[in-house]
Write a protein that binds this ligand. Sequence first.
Ligand code: SF4
Ligand code: SF4
Length: 116
Amino acid sequence: MQKALKENLTRQIQFMLKSCVNCGLCAEACHYCFENDDSAVIPANKIHTLSTFLNRYFHPVKSRLAGFGRSNIPDDQALTELYQAAFQNCSICGKCALTCPMGINTGEILYLARAT
Ligand code: SF4
Ligand code: SF4
């Protein structure tokens, strides 16, 4: 995972991970949101899942704080949530990027999650 992150976690993706303003417009573009009432399929929430994962296990400072678990080995629940966001709940189509006022491309971000 560390190797994949080093190769794929670009500054552009880091910027997008921190740019969401929670407007919810991406939900109107994502076909998973039309078929599923689960808030986990909303593009912004899938980004949040990856962002939380990275902060908890790979952030140079936050991963060492008690509140984030003090572990660099992801547990089963964290891996399952990441797997569902990246593989089960996103087809990397990029439609949500067309509606996002911040230019966030959830598909591109979740492609990183697939790479890890
Ligand atoms: S459209 Fe963009 S800024 Fe708005 S909630 Fe979705 S990802 Fe966040
Ligand atoms: S890239 Fe993923 S999150 Fe965005 S609209 Fe397509 S399926 Fe939904």
